[in-house]
Design a protein around this ligand. Structure first.
Ligand code: GLN
Length: 188
């Protein structure tokens, strides 16, 4: 079992460390050929316009889309979730557009408005995880076949469709690896 982590920009190192705690090999993905032989892909938080621009430059967005169509499970966190969205409010930034959600970037405010909150993940159960939101997007709406696995103030913060998982928070920034374990289970 090998999980790729998109390593163009953002906090990919923290995801790799988290995968280590789950006991799974994590590999950096920087070029389309790095997608070969992986069982799942994590797209980290960072800056979604930068990730998208670099993803186009290194021909990774198309390569990832192709793999997703073949069934590769993908987990996007924060900027990664934005990259996965079909619709980004008021933006035509490059993205994968794989998951039928509408996201509004920076909708909780500026960097200084970043915060932590306890969030109960339905399929994982208690205790709630401490979700870290850093200039996070808000998922404004989800398509009919997208499952909402967790909410904060009635807004979805973790959603899933088949092997596609997207979180507006950063599960890699705590020492609770249950969300990563959940994704690794999806990849099996
Ligand atoms: N604000 C960033 C964006 O819109 C996302 C922040 C993050 O990934 N922590 O791309």
């Amino acid at each position: 079992m090998k999980i790729g982590v998109l390593a163009l920009q953002g906090d990919f190192a923290e995801h790799l460390k988290m995968l280590e705690t789950v006991g799974v090999e994590g590999v950096r993905v920087r070029l389309p050929e790095d997608l070969e032989g992986i069982n799942g892909l994590i797209i980290p938080g960072g800056e979604s316009t930068t990730l998208g621009t670099l993803g186009v430059r290194y021909r990774l967005l198309d390569a990832i889309k192709g793999k997703a169509e073949e069934g590769l499970p993908i987990f996007g966190t924060c900027a990664g979730a934005i990259l996965m969205a079909t619709t980004v409010v008021d933006s035509d930034q490059p993205r994968l557009g794989l998951l039928d959600i509408v996201v509004n970037r920076n909708a909780y405010g500026r960097q200084k408005d970043s915060f932590e909150a306890p969030v109960m993940i339905r399929p994982i159960g208690p205790p709630p995880i401490t979700a870290v939101f850093i200039r996070a997007p808000v998922i404004q709406s989800v398509g009919a076949d997208v499952e909402v696995l967790a909410t904060l103030d009635d807004q979805p913060v973790l959603v899933k469709k088949g092997g596609l998982l997207a979180a507006t928070f950063h599960p890699e920034l705590t020492d609770d690896n249950r969300v990563h374990r959940f994704f690794v289970d999806l990849c099996q």
